[in-house]
Design a protein around this ligand. Structure first.
Ligand code: MF3
Ligand code: CO
Ligand code: CO
Length: 279
């Protein structure tokens, strides 16, 4: 996800949103499926005692073994292959040598570049036994992402996506993070349009077949405000309440939406048993 202020400036300047054809959709399918497979593979390793650096190492090796490159590595000075955001960390958590604890919830965000195209997806994972209220947040965030995806079709607007997410999340007495948004992607990691996870129906950019972007709502149990720690990356909730996020990369089709990053193993949400129903 990208910081909203920085993201909006270039969009105002050019207002150019790329429309992609079938070859790009095929390339996005390939990159998206590899990122989703990486998220399937890492599931078995998330447990108390494991360090997020070990997860980062595993995902770097996965990329190398599959002819891909982890997009975060070297991106704007970022020095890891994935983001690992635990408990009150909203996004961009840096893998390190601290072991996961029993009861942690963790978002793992993987972006793989395959043949020059970006597949960007993240899911939540449970480390050991997780409190019921944390599980509830994770389930609400998963559903919020899908409410957003369901809003995507030609003629709808980016505001329709944000409104669907915001109305649902706030209806469940949670809050939507405002400071980071989803983004166009393709050959670029972060492109136009910005996909805000809140908003009003009918506002924003009209969706057209061929647009490629992510939807990646960050939902908090408490208040929506975040701050970035002195490492320059780690974003946390100001009130230290729990935060969760899921992300898919999608394309607008003639009839609706294609989700590029569906789990090949049917491992959609925790606990990651294979061949789960999507909803
Ligand atoms: N994958 C994140 C996103 O969803 C971006 C991570 S950029 C990094 O957009 F530099 F923090 F890794
Ligand atoms: Co993203
Ligand atoms: Co991501």
């Amino acid at each position: 996800m990208i910081f909203v202020d920085a993201a909006i400036a270039p969009a105002r300047k050019s207002g150019h949103i790329k429309l992609h054809g079938p070859e790009a959709f095929a390339a996005m399918r390939k990159a998206g499926q590899l990122a989703a497979l990486a998220l399937d593979v890492v599931a078995a390793e998330v447990k108390p005692g494991v360090t997020t650096q070990a997860l980062d190492d595993l995902m770097f090796e996965f990329a190398m073994d599959n002819g891909a490159y982890p997009a975060p590595l070297g991106y704007r000075g970022y020095r890891k292959s994935i983001c690992t955001s635990i408990n009150h960390v909203v996004c961009h958590g840096l893998p390190d040598n601290k072991p996961l604890r029993d009861g942690d919830i963790i978002n793992i965000d993987v972006t793989l570049i395959v043949d020059g195209w970006h597949g960007d997806s993240s899911r939540m994972y449970y480390s050991g036994e997780v409190l019921r209220r944390a599980q509830r947040l994770v389930e609400i965030t998963y559903e919020a992402l899908w409410r957003g995806i369901d809003a995507v079709k030609p003629g709808a607007t980016t505001g329709d996506i944000g409104a669907a997410i915001q109305e649902y999340a706030e209806g469940e007495r949670c809050s939507v993070v405002r400071d980071f948004c989803g983004h166009g992607l393709g050959k670029l990691f972060h492109d136009e349009p910005n996909i805000l996870h809140y908003g009003k129906r009918g506002e924003g950019v009209p969706l057209k077949p061929g647009m490629l972007f992510t939807i990646e709502p960050m939902i908090n149990i408490g208040r929506p405000q975040v701050k970035v720690l002195s490492d320059g990356w780690t974003a946390v909730t100001r009130d230290r309440s729990l935060s969760a996020q899921f992300e898919h990369s999608v394309g607008v089709t003639e009839s609706g939406v294609e989700v590029f990053t569906l789990s090949p193993g049917g491992m959609h949400r925790p606990p990651y048993t294979p061949d789960q129903p999507l909803r």
